[in-house]
Ligand binder design. Sequence first.
Ligand SMILES: [Zn+2]
Ligand SMILES: [Zn+2]
Length: 1008
Amino acid sequence: MDMLPQRYSPREIEAEIFKFWEEKRIYEKLKKREGKKFYFLDGPPYTTGRIHLGTAWNKIIKDTILRYLRMRGFNPIDTPGWDMHGLPIEVKVEQELGFRTKRDIENFGVDKFVQKCMEYALRNKDAMTEQFKALAVWMDWENPYMTVKAEYMNSAWFTIKKAYEKGLLSKEMMVVNWCPRCETALADAEVEYAEREDPSIYVKFRIKDGRFILIWTTTPWTIPANMAIAVNPNLEYALVRSYRNGFAEEVIIAKDLVQTLAKGYEKWEIIDVFQGKDLEGLEYEHPLAEEIPAQRNFRHRIILADFVSAENTGCVHIAPAHGLEDFEIGRKYQLEVFNPVDEKGYFNELAGKYAGMSIREANEAIVEDLHKKDLLLAEEKIFHRYGHCWRCKTPIIFRATEQWFIKISKLKEKMLEEIEKVRWIPEWAGSARFRDWIMNAKDWCISRQRYWGIPLPIWICECGKIKVVGSIEEVPWQSDLDLHRPKIDEITFRCECGKEMRRVKDVFDVWFDSGVASWGSIGYPLREEKFHLWPADFITEGHDQTRGWFYSQLGASMICFERAPYKTVLMHGFTLDEQGRKMSKSLGNVVEPEEVIEQIGVDCFRLYVLSSAAWEDLKFSWDEARNVLRNMNIFWNSVRFAYTYMAIDNFKAGSRITTLEDRWVLSRLESFNKEAIEAMEKYNLHRVVKAFFDFIIEDFSRWYIPLIRHRVWEEAESEQKLSAYETMLRVIDKSIRIIAPFAPLIAEWLYQNFVKRFREGLESIFMESYPVPEESWIDKNLEEKMRIVREIVEACNSARNRAGIKLRWPLKELVVEGVELEEMSNILARMCNVKSVKFGTVKKELIMKPDYRKVGPLLKEKAKAFAEFLSTLKELPAELEFEGVKIPRDWIIVEERLPDKIVSEEFSLGRVYLNIEIDDSLMKEAFAREFVRRIQFMRKELDLRVEEFIETFIEAEPKLVEGWIDYIKNETRSIKLSFSKAEGFVREWEIEDLKVRIGIRKWSSGSG
Ligand SMILES: [Zn+2]
Ligand SMILES: [Zn+2]
């Protein structure tokens, strides 16, 4: 006889199924099937080489949806994507090669460097592919889309050409975040903030009339680029006569901030107050004009800006080359963008005395010079949050450079309209979060001064003519690397003017790469055959993609097609630790997907991450994760129970359903199916997992199985037994098909090893269609009745508990008050372990006492007699008179007392009463059950199979279990039962106060 393994061993089962899928080529067979079209678009993970918990969760969500779609008759596009360009990979390769600057790359050879980046990205892609496969993620791993491929890069070129044609591409001088180590512009999203220490200095600028104006800065190195000082037109400023070492100076500062002067003066007095706007146009001397001759060519003056607030000194030093606000106000006042800092963060020859110094070195030199010139009022240190390069962690600087921009400002209105047409899950992901982001979006700087990226397809002539190339077919190329730098830089075009047009050296912001994914991944415009599927039906990514991929895709799509590139977006959360903190190496709280799989298996990992609402952050809890495994073990045991008896009886599907509890669990099964489908339509994956466990653990394993346990021992042809088998088969069969997209390995295993044992099946569970509910089985009325029954049983158990009577001990009677459920009597009797169940009430004794506080003053000494009178009454009459006095009802306290041997407990609709009197016959039955339980325990210890027979010895009087001997033999599969000296495998037990030795011995035809 065969049995399922004792315990659920996920790792073994999973290995077996992975092998089965591969050998039978199940995925490939499914891929070949005809099916309805569905355009799923994979948000391409960056090829870092390792997946983390969040990436694993992301792909598990996707795989679950894809598997569901396939079972619903779709043949979805399931192309995985890889985001493979960009600074992170360049920095890694630089580290491998021990490089520190761009110069090292140039010396090494850009072609070799780019080749290394390609190899690195491909290697990582392969490693990550294996990690995703290990999560049972079925995607078209053989044919992914990759941003480094010519066909894909073509889609980016196509897009930029469209932008150019529509006037959405422009080259502009702009202040950008700049990493002086990587020597490139960075997007806002590429800047990481961290605490650091900087100088904090107060500097006096000398106005031409001899007065001073006081500014504050944490970046002394920006003073060489100073062009103006901004004050708020509506703020009050004070002219303050300030004294130090016997000298007096007149200083301008915001009136509310004069206390700041204490940093450098002994005393001061306000001699005048005026509005900021009165200061406009005052000219001052650049404080470093002697050190920086180039500065002597400019006129420096006080200007007005609303962004100036009453902080520090209320006067802001403006360097248009080194700050975005500075740049913008500078544009308004037509200030020169004087930029003496090069791309490495060093001062160039424009900086005069400071030329050749790094900005850090210059910081010190400048402070020193200001000090010598007595222009430094105070020097302090400050700890503040400052931006760093996301990759190399170098502090960024702001630097004015010429960059290429997409004019998002011209697209914004239309983008806002388009997001309305997209289905967002949850709804606020679009209507609030994404909307806000787009409202505040700035023009998109798409150029980077690096090597490993899609080259900008822009060629320029000295004469100013521009050629934007919209297709890679316009340039000669053989391999993907030909389209990368430096090969592409060698391509030139002849300008109308006769000169050569050369490519601008920049590459795309890597976010632009993935922005074109919805047409790039299907090869458009080089290939057209799949484009009719566009836009994507569904995408899902984490909430950081609001400013990332959701946005870059929408922007790029507006350029080309003027509509959103996706129809439905499911936004998921982040993975955090149990306390809700980000996982990081420094906190030591990182949980790797492999660790989790090692402990609980792939399916439980998947069920765990899918069990919380996708849009909420997932706070990883080992307890909760392990609890999934515990639940799956419970499910396993139920399946094992079913299998054991169904296999003994060689059951085949097709029996009639005869019994109430069978109809009930089948009703619950269909309700679960219905809920699963409704939840999937809304992409509420967590609701399916919850419904699965509610049904399979609470309803099926913990309630239904105990209800029918006795039926599996009935004779071979028992209709009731077959009905139970049929029911268990349907429940397990359908449940695993419903949950298969979520827990594919265990579902496939049970399909192959359980379902197909009892009914015909297909080659794989994934060739089955997703179950549809058979509504005719749903009986909400019955479900509600069973719900009440379970409440009653619970109430009964707690009443027993209080009385100290074990559930194994049969009791005489249960009375249920408050509901009438005659048809459920059998179930109640069995689950409450009582001989009879009645609906009604038990007669209670009423005890009446006077309320002395009220009766006392009136009846005085007669109160006691009145109390005695009350105690003789059986019930309270409508009107009560005592010795001529009318007694109001509320003068009497009425208490109910239950009869002896009755315990009671409430449930939501009423009350249960349990008779706990145990007479002689109940006692015999109780002992019989106690013996059975112990013999079964000993059978387990001997590792006997369920159908094996034994011989049993009990050292006790047979009278103790008179009338129950056949029952004991039956339940324990004892061929012989003797009340004599224990033999064989012997144990001593204590049952209540009785010490008893029991022996059992495996029966073989030769023995006895
Ligand atoms: Zn950097
Ligand atoms: Zn030209």
